[in-house]
Design a protein around this ligand. Structure first.
Ligand SMILES: [Zn+2]
Length: 398
């Protein structure tokens, strides 16, 4: 099994500067390689291949020993491959007749990751069993950087990445052959409904609230984002405001992750089978409705900014949560099934009657045919569980 792990880096001042330079040089390489491809594409409508650019990299490194030559050849190749993937997606979209967005130059702040595709090649992970909470990662051109290792690394480290998030730096390990540690079977299955009022509701009637820190964080973030929009680009105030937005984003993200881990642990411990709605089809977040001002017009309520941010945070929350759940389930030998949520919120779980009117309010479900009433999210979660069980049965029959 493959798993990824993420740890906070604790670089020294000099290492911090070197890390920033390493990232900046990889960004420049990405942009230069993109420029090269653009020119060739504009002139000849042909594409430069990854192999051509990788071969050229040797000369670039030789000509710029103090600059690009400082870093690992492999991490630079990885950056060129990343560009290659962006081009593949571009040509795929053309092929499918969709509007193609030409791969874009990465500005500062839009390029935050450097990857070393193989442990030991330009970057080496150094766990120290005698010091379980401090590890080191040796990065070519940067040095031995201290790592806050908050958990054990399992399996074999394959690829190593360094990522900047606001003012913090992280190391990401992708590990192979991580052992599965199956939990004892419980004989129980559950459906989960992902919502707005409650983050998650189970078919057993358990509600997990959206934590208060999330809405508080959204408020602070909205204020900080508006503040950022007022500052003029390039000014010190703009830089400070941008740093504040990034720090708040980081804080919300970390606390949300923590919360998601807790809920996922609970579910994985209690159930052998967990059924959820397939996310890409759901669109649960409602727009904030505009308030009439009494003169036939509407008061500004910052709906666009608020909803956009709210939505992006909630959406990200669900995606993150499901990824964590699937990971944990896999290591515990549990099963996770995704179902199409098309009718789950409108269908009566007792008689199967399906109508929009069944859902009286966001929270209340009352069947128009049999009179069954229930919490709307619990009703949906039960339908989700049934759909998952049916799907599994069909799959085992085939
Ligand atoms: Zn009914």
């Amino acid at each position: 099994m493959r798993r990824s792990m993420k740890f906070l880096l604790r670089p020294t001042g000099a290492q911090l500067i070197a890390l920033a330079q390493c990232l900046e040089d990889h960004r420049e390489l990405y942009n230069a390689a993109l420029e090269h491809r653009r020119i060739v594409y504009a002139k000849t409508r042909t594409t430069v291949r990854y192999g051509d650019q990788s071969a050229e990299l040797k000369h670039i490194r030789a000509d710029d020993a103090q600059g690009q030559g400082r870093w690992s050849f492999s991490s630079q190749q990885s950056t060129l491959r990343r560009l290659d993937r962006a081009f593949r997606r571009f040509f795929e979209r053309i092929h499918q007749g969709r509007a193609p967005g030409f791969p874009r130059f990465k500005s500062r702040g839009r390029f935050n990751t450097v990857e070393w595709p193989k442990d030991g090649d330009g970057c080496r992970w150094n766990s120290r069993p005698e010091h379980p909470t401090t590890a080191f990662v040796r990065i070519q051109g940067v040095g031995h950087v201290k790592v806050h290792q908050h958990r054990d690394v399992l399996g074999i480290v394959k690829t190593i990445s360094v990522k900047r998030e606001g003012a913090r730096w992280y190391v990401l390990l992708s590990c192979d052959d991580v052992p599965v540690e199956p939990l004892p079977a419980t004989g129980s299955a559950v459906g989960i409904d992902l919502g707005v009022c409650s983050l998650l509701t189970t078919s057993d009637g358990e509600h997990f609230a959206n934590p208060r820190f999330l809405s508080a964080g959204v408020k602070l973030l909205s204020a900080a984002t508006r503040d950022l929009a007022r500052r003029s680009r390039g000014s010190k105030r703009h830089r400070d405001a941008a740093a504040r937005v990034a720090a708040l984003h980081g804080k919300v993200r970390r606390r949300r992750l923590d919360y998601a881990h807790k809920i996922a642990n609970r579910l994985v411990r209690s159930y052998d089978l967990i059924v959820h709605e397939a996310l890409q089809i759901v669109n649960m977040t409602k727009r904030a409705s505009p308030k009439p001002d009494g003169n036939g017009s509407y008061l500004p309520n910052h709906a666009a900014a608020k909803t956009g941010l709210n939505k992006s945070i909630l959406d990200a929350g669900w995606g993150v949560f499901l990824r964590i759940l699937v990971d944990k389930a896999e290591s515990a030998g549990r099963e996770v099934v995704a179902v199409n949520p098309a009718t789950t919120s409108r269908m009566c779980n007792r008689c199967g009657h399906t109508a929009k009117e069944n859902r009286v309010t966001q929270a209340e479900f009352a069947c128009g045919a049999c009179g069954h009433t229930a919490h709307a999210d619990v009703n949906a979660a039960i339908n989700i569980l049934r759909a998952g069980l049916a799907l599994r049965e069909a799959a085992s029959a085939a």
